[in-house]
Design a protein around this ligand. Structure first.
Ligand SMILES: Nc1ncnc2c1ncn2[C@@H]1O[C@H](COP(=O)(O)OP(=O)(O)OP(=O)(O)O)[C@@H](O)[C@H]1O
Ligand SMILES: [Mg+2]
Length: 450
């Protein structure tokens, strides 16, 4: 139930307000001066405090301060007689939501109270949203703290038109971050145009970005619009910006600074309204030192930076990503498969130098390779399964009996343990939980020696 505190020294006025809000179904408390109000604020929580400004025993400003100190989420409405509007403004500066000039009508105070409570509800909802953990954002999946930070940043930079630089190792999802920014921004309904600066030759990239006039160069048989023109009103994603040649960097700098450019072979100066998002896996600071990247361009594109974290720094995201890629792959391949229970542990232990892309590829490959309905360690590359070629083959070979499979695995486990401890038999026996003599027996049997 909504709890309201009314602070008013004039009894008739207090009675009237109590009736108005009681009729709305609110829980109404009344205090007749500042001191009583402060005591009541201390002992219970109110959604809304409506207080008179001038009262005996502590004025409305003190009530406001006490209410805000108890709970910043409490909304305060100040009532004041005409002529003290400066005080009302000061009250708002101190955190009051709004003020009412006396005399006011019932509908006026009802309206302001409703607005205040609506605001209160929105604030509470925002707090709640801030605290809920996001499992995904756009096409980005993951609920780790590192990804929460990325989601927060996307949300923060989205409304602006300032350039964003997305940094991160290969396969960390930089392109998905760029999409998420565009889709969250006011430009969402406008084009998102991507250019991979790494795959186009120097000559081509210029005409790709800025367009060209008919006859600008051999092969330019018609006029062509550049990506800057196509992205007008929307977002231009410059992927692998670290690969741009110095000549193109200069031209890009000019568009970013002046919003102006010319088509290749053209004389007409064109203007464009484009938000630029750039990405690179390179260390641009190093590239600047090596003089392969312009420092002034760096400062232009790096107004807002987002770092896509490598997968090894957020292993808690691996199971949900793996499950997502498994579902995707088994749907496209029409092969309903699941993971064996031990799979998640194996996948989570690996360092994933190729990040999410590598995980996606490994899962796809496993779906292709697996014979049965369950994906097992043998379906993984051996650097991930930790199985030797031999052991993996033994497990995958459907002609072998259970005994021979177990023997080959046993040999593999013993060999790995011995290797780990530098072939110290006493230590290996201890780890494996067998007597040293039986370890020696098995070593002989399996032909294991240093
Ligand atoms: N958090 C994530 N959730 C779901 N899919 C992801 C996530 N991160 C990356 N991916 C997937 O991994 C693959 C690589 O992502 P993306 O192309 O965005 O990486 P990148 O950082 O741009 O890599 P590169 O530097 O190699 O271009 C894509 O198929 C993408 O869909
Ligand atoms: Mg990319």
């Amino acid at each position: 139930m909504i709890r309201i505190l009314i602070v008013e020294d004039k009894a008739s006025m207090a009675r009237m307000l109590r009736q108005v809000f009681k009729a709305k179904g609110y829980d109404v408390t009344v205090a007749s001066d500042g001191l009583e109000a402060k005591t009541k604020i201390q002992s219970s929580d109110f959604h809304l405090v409506i207080t008179d400004l001038k009262m005996p025993n502590g004025d409305g400003m003190e009530v406001l301060k006490a209410a805000k100190a108890k709970s910043a989420g409490t909304i305060v409405l100040m009532m004041t007689a005409f002529g003290t509007i400066e005080n009302a403004v000061e009250a708002m500066r101190q955190g009051a939501f709004d003020y009412l000039l006396k005399p006011f009508s019932i509908s006026e105070i009802e309206l302001k109270a409703e607005k205040a409570l609506e605001q209160q509800r929105l604030l509470a909802e925002n707090e709640y949203l801030k605290e809920t953990i996001r499992m995904q954002f756009g096409r980005l999946i993951g609920s780790s703290p590192a990804m929460q930070q990325v989601y927060d940043l996307i949300q923060k930079v989205a409304p602006s038109t300032a350039p964003v630089l997305i940094l991160g190792e290969s396969g960390t999802g930089k392109e998905l971050v760029a999409h998420a920014i565009h889709d969250t921004s006011p430009r969402a309904g406008r084009p998102f145009i991507a250019v991979n600066c790494g795959v186009l030759s120097e000559g081509l990239i210029e005409s790709e970005l800025f367009g060209h006039e008919k006859g600008a160069f051999t092969g330019a048989v018609v006029q062509k619009k550049g990506r800057f023109e196509l992205a007008d009103g929307g977002t231009l994603f410059l992927d692998e910006i670290g690969e741009l040649s110095p000549a193109v960097q200069v031209k890009l700098l000019r568009v970013l600074q002046e919003g102006e450019y010319e088509r290749v072979g053209g004389h007409q100066t064109l203007r464009t309204d484009v938000r630029v998002i750039a990405a690179t896996h390179r260390d641009l600071a190093k590239a600047i030192e090596a003089k392969s990247f312009r420092e002034d361009l760096y400062y232009r594109i790096n107004v807002l930076a987002i770092k896509a974290p490598p997968l090894r720094e957020r292993p808690e995201d691996i199971p949900v990503l793996a499950a997502h890629f498994l579902q995707k792959a088994s749907e496209t391949m029409h092969k309903p498969v699941t993971f064996a229970p031990e799979m998640m542990a194996l996948l989570s232990r690996y360092a994933w130098p190729g990040n999410v892309r590598e995980l996606e590829n490994v899962v796809e490959r496993a779906v292709v390779l697996t014979d049965g309905p369950v994906i097992r360690a043998v379906d993984l590359p051996k650097e991930i399964s930790g199985l030797s070629q031999e052991a993996a083959q033994a497990l995958g070979d459907s002609n072998l009996s259970l005994d021979s499979k177990m023997e080959r695995l046993e040999r593999e486990v013993i060999r790995q343990t011995l290797e780990r401890v530098g072939w110290n038999q006493t230590q290996a026996a201890k780890i494996l939980g067998v007597k040293r003599s039986s370890l020696q027996y098995k070593m002989k049997r399996y032909g294991l020696e240093r």
